[in-house]
Write a protein that binds this ligand. Structure first.
Ligand code: FES
Ligand code: FES
Length: 154
C-alpha cells in the first residue's frame, strides 16, 4: 500500500512500488490529464508537479512518490474550480492546437513561474523542454509572459 497526496486528496493505493506514476494516475485513479508520449522522460506530455517540481510521471515509480504531493494539470485550478493564472493565460493566448501535449506544458510553466516569476525567453527555453508536435511554442512563450504579467499585477 502506498500513500500519497494527489491534487490535494490523500490516496492509499494498492499497487506495486515499481508501477510508473503515470500509469497509476491514469489506470488506478482515472486522472487523465497527464499523457503518455515517449515513455522515456523526453517529451514532457506526462509532466506533473511532485512536491512542486515539474517531473516526468512516466519515469517515476509509485515508490518514489510515497508521501509526496502530486499535482496534475487538473489540480492547477483552485478547489472552487477557479482557473490558475497560467490556465487563464493559456486561454487568452489560445495556445492549444490538438491539445495532447498541453497538460504537460501547463505543469512545466507553473513550476517555472513559481521559481522565476519574470522569466526571460532564455529562461523559458531552458526550463520548458516539452515537445509539441503541433508547434505551439510561440503561443506558449506569449502565454508564459502573459501569466507572468498577470502575477505581477496581483
Ligand atoms: S511520456 Fe513522459 S516524458 Fe514523454
Ligand atoms: S498542441 Fe498538439 S502536440 Fe502540442
Amino acid at each position: 500500500m502506498i500513500t500519497l497526496t494527489v491534487n490535494g486528496s490523500v490516496i492509499d493505493l494498492a499497487a506495486p512500488d515499481d508501477k510508473p506514476l503515470l500509469w497509476a494516475l491514469r489506470e488506478d485513479l482515472g486522472i487523465l490529464g497527464a499523457k503518455y508520449g515517449c515513455g522515456v522522460a523526453q517529451c514532457g506530455a506526462c509532466r506533473v508537479l511532485v512536491d512542486g517540481r515539474s517531473s516526468p510521471s512516466c519515469a517515476i515509480s509509485l515508490g518514489e512518490v510515497a508521501g509526496a504531493s502530486v499535482i496534475t494539470a487538473e489540480g492547477l485550478a483552485g478547489a472552487d474550480g477557479a482557473l490558475s493564472v497560467v490556465q487563464r493565460a493559456w486561454i487568452d493566448e489560445q495556445v492549444p492546437q490538438c491539445g495532447f501535449c498541453q497538460p504537460g506544458f501547463l505543469v512545466a510553466a507553473t513550476a517555472l513561474l513559481a521559481r522565476v516569476p519574470s522569466p526571460t525567453d532564455a529562461d523559458i527555453d531552458e526550463a520548458i523542454t516539452n515537445i509539441c508536435r503541433c508547434g505551439t511554442y510561440p503561443r506558449i512563450r506569449r502565454a508564459i509572459h502573459r501569466a507572468s504579467a498577470m502575477l505581477a499585477e496581483g
